[in-house]
Design a protein around this ligand. Structure first.
Ligand SMILES: [Zn+2]
Length: 117
């Protein structure tokens, strides 16, 4: 997936409900921070928007996350570690592989044979 959409990006990563955009807390990104250090991973001129989850049942209630909007209005995908569901596919594939292996071992054991390696 290349770019997220704004409506996707403002959904809470935890509960999936649309968060509240706080325009006053959004800011333009420079290439250097206040101490003059180069900021990595951010496109110069991009804007960072603060989004808050307002779902009181969510573990991220009143917690904010940042949505980056580039100067060309594209929204990069958030870092993978902030999107746990991106790990679902490899985990499911691994689980299926493990299940097949256990099934094979179980079948071999049931037939009274030795498990061949
Ligand atoms: Zn939430």
């Amino acid at each position: 997936m290349a770019n997220a959409t704004w409506s996707d990006a403002i959904q809470c990563p935890k509960c999936g409900l649309t968060g509240e955009h706080m325009p006053k807390e959004s800011r333009q990104v420079g290439t250097r921070d206040s101490s003059g250090n180069r900021i990595h991973g951010v496109t110069p001129g991009a804007k960072l928007h603060k989004i808050y989850c307002r779902n009181s049942r969510c573990s991220w209630f009143n917690t904010n996350w940042t949505v980056q909007v580039n100067p060309d209005n594209s929204i990069p995908e958030p870092d993978e570690h902030r999107r746990p569901r991106q790990y679902a596919a490899p985990d499911a594939a691994l689980a299926e592989q493990m299940r097949l292996r256990f099934d094979a071992i179980e079948a071999a054991t049931r037939e009274g044979g030795e498990i061949r390696r």
